[in-house]
Design a binder for this molecule. Structure first.
Ligand code: ASP
Length: 598
């Protein structure tokens, strides 16, 4: 670690090699044991921890200074490195074979009483941790996460550099771009009544860079999306954003593989097996009920509709008659009690499903199930064969419209099958996304941003629900790490897509006229991607939430307990912006959150 006049070595770097050396250390008092005579402290700095012995007989400082030392005082110590006496070696600590006997001690900065102990073993309420993030990051967990994040970004940059990508910054005060979420807006003082948007991503700017001849671009980019809060979302987050010209999908996927391999090597010292699986979107939906399958385990969804084509079981027959489907998974040896099985049915209902049928295969092949009496021998045999079921297996079957069944079984599969504490990394690319997602009520919503190559334009126009785009996602252990696409480079196609996506000519012209114009000047074919850095690092670190990877995140309600954002601004600032705040909107959120409106 960097040293300077204030320290000659990092606390965590001292080993037996330094025995006999005089060292100067600077850092914090992590722990202090004052036995009335000799004082032992654990001195912590960014490099780690070392034990320091303060013996009043050596007079490293005045007695009141020595005995006044408290946790998290920032101090400087000069002393001699010696081996720890027999029996006191601490093998849990990299510096555990040595200690520093202080000859001099200097308090650089005392610490006020702490709001919580800086100790890994103490559980602290997250809002407290965020309010005192600067103390929280003195703890190993956050300190290590910050290092991992930095290393991950370093590894990404290495690959980008090696492959000749140019790092280009794009503006963060821009005109609104559709990425599917709400924009965060910034009012303009010089043009009152007008607003900048913060970028949901640098999408159109990176495309302009391709038109500008850059050919290979990347950026570690802050993105902003004004979305409702979900456990694993933040309104601002960081992407590795990249784009290349004269490229197709496979070129992008291969660069991504290199990036992922480098990051995993850096953070986990593991080689990932390349190439990653490429799975079509429809395959993922059929087999796993989701576009981000967790491939660490099988338990695939199987279509059982044909088996029940002539069934007497009314619930299944009705669904099949109305064009629905019957599908199931083999949950394996779940060994659930009756109430455990009923719990799964309740869970299905909680997920919005009408129901879930369970069947337990008994010795001899009979089925124990509330619906067994309605099923014929051949149906039972058919289900057992289709789901490769053996004695003791629990089979879970759903009947409904296709999208609903996929959603339900996709989630139940995760509930019953997801391996706990499994450290494996299962990467895959999901390719051939549809242009539109079909909602449960049959309506369509764009699956990607409207700059994605929609494939065959005639199909897009004539049967939009079947149109397949050149969009792809990178998936890791059931999470989407990022997405990208081959872009439209023909202004006519772009205009057509706006039309199909119900963006009117005038709207397209007023919002993206400048971009349609740019596309007319010899736009190269291009494609790209963006990886969510926060999520990627959180999974590699086995962290349950991206907030653990973000140095200063917002809470789930979008607030920052440390700085108090979002906050009120002065009347004068509002005046300059030409903004009046309607009192009733303030009253409504304040009531919701139970805060004083002053
Ligand atoms: N801009 C897209 C996003 O943020 C990624 C891409 O298509 O490159 O999801």
């Amino acid at each position: 670690m960097a040293t300077g006049p204030m320290k000659t070595i990092g606390a965590g770097e001292i080993r037996t090699d330094q025995v006999g050396d005089t060292v100067t250390l600077a850092g914090w008092v992590a722990r202090r044991r004052d036995h009335g005579g000799v004082i032992f402290i654990d001195l912590r700095d960014a490099s780690g921890i070392v034990q320091v012995v303060l013996n009043p007989e050596d007079a490293p400082a005045d007695d009141d200074v020595l005995h006044g030392l408290r946790s998290e005082y920032c101090i400087q110590v000069t002393g001699t490195v010696r081996p720890r006496p027999d029996g006191t070696v601490n093998s849990a600590l990299p510096t555990g074979e040595v200690e520093v006997v202080a000859g001099g001690l200097n308090v650089l900065s005392p610490s006020a009483a702490l709001p919580f102990q800086i100790d890994e073993r103490v559980d602290i309420d997250e809002s407290k941790r965020l309010q005192y993030r600067y103390l929280d990051m003195r703890r190993t967990r956050m300190a290590e996460n910050l290092k991992a994040r930095s290393k991950a970004i370093g590894a990404m940059r290495r690959v980008m550099d090696r492959d000749g990508f140019l790092e280009v910054e794009t503006p963060t005060l821009i005109a609104s771009t559709p990425e599917g979420a709400r924009d965060m807006l910034v009012p303009s003082r010089l043009r009152p009544g007008k607003f900048y948007a913060l970028p949901q991503s640098p999408q159109l700017f990176k495309q302009l860079l391709m038109i500008g001849g850059v050919e290979r671009y990347y950026q570690v980019a802050k993105c902003y999306r004004d979305e409702d809060f979900r456990a694993d979302r933040q309104i601002e987050f960081t992407q590795l954003d990249l784009e290349g010209s004269f490229w197709g999908q496979e070129d992008v996927l291969q660069v991504l593989e290199q990036i992922v391999a480098e990051v995993v090597k850096e953070l986990r010292d593991e080689e990932v097996a390349l190439p990653f699986l490429r799975m079509t979107h429809s395959d993922a939906m059929e087999r796993f009920g989701t576009d981000k399958p967790d491939l660490r385990f099988g338990m695939e969804i199987t279509d059982l509709s044909a088996i029940f084509a002539d069934t007497q079981f009314k619930a299944f027959a009705g669904v099949l008659e109305s064009g629905g489907t019957v599908r199931g998974i083999n949950g394996g040896q779940l060994e659930l009690s009756r109430s455990g099985l009923d719990g799964l049915v309740a869970r299905a209902q909680e997920l919005g499903a009408k129901g879930l049928v369970w069947m337990v295969v008994e010795e001899g092949g009979t089925l124990r199930s509330p619906v067994a009496k309605f099923l014929s021998e051949s149906e039972i045999e058919g289900v057992r064969t289709a789901l490769a079921a053996g004695a003791g297996d629990t089979l879970l079957i759903a009947a409904d419209e296709t999208v609903a069944v996929a959603k339900l079984l996709g989630q139940i599969r995760l509930d019953v099958g997801r391996p706990e504490g499994n450290d494996e990394l299962a990467f895959a690319f999901v390719v051939d996304f549809p242009v539109f997602d079909v909602n449960e009520d049959g309506s369509l919503s764009p699956a990607h941003h409207p700059f994605t190559d929609p494939g065959d334009v005639a199909t897009l126009v004539n049967s939009p629900e079947t149109a397949v785009s050149k969009a792809y996602d990178l998936v890791l252990n059931g999470s989407e790490l990022g997405s990208g696409s081959v872009r439209i480079h023909d202004p006519e196609v772009q205009a057509k897509v706006f039309e199909v996506m119900d963006i009117s000519d005038e709207d397209a012209e007023s919002r993206f006229g400048w971009f349609l114009e740019a596309l007319r000047y010899g736009t190269p074919p291009h494609a790209g991607f963006a990886i969510g850095i926060d999520r990627f690092v959180s999974i590699l670190r086995n962290e349950p939430n991206i907030r653990e990877i973000i140095p200063f995140p917002k809470t789930q309600t979008g607030a920052d307990p440390l700085t108090g954002s979002p906050s009120r601004v002065d009347e004068q600032q509002l005046d300059e912006l030409g903004i009046d705040i309607r009192p009733e909107v303030v009253v409504s959120w304040a009531e919701e959150e139970g805060v004083d409106q002053g």
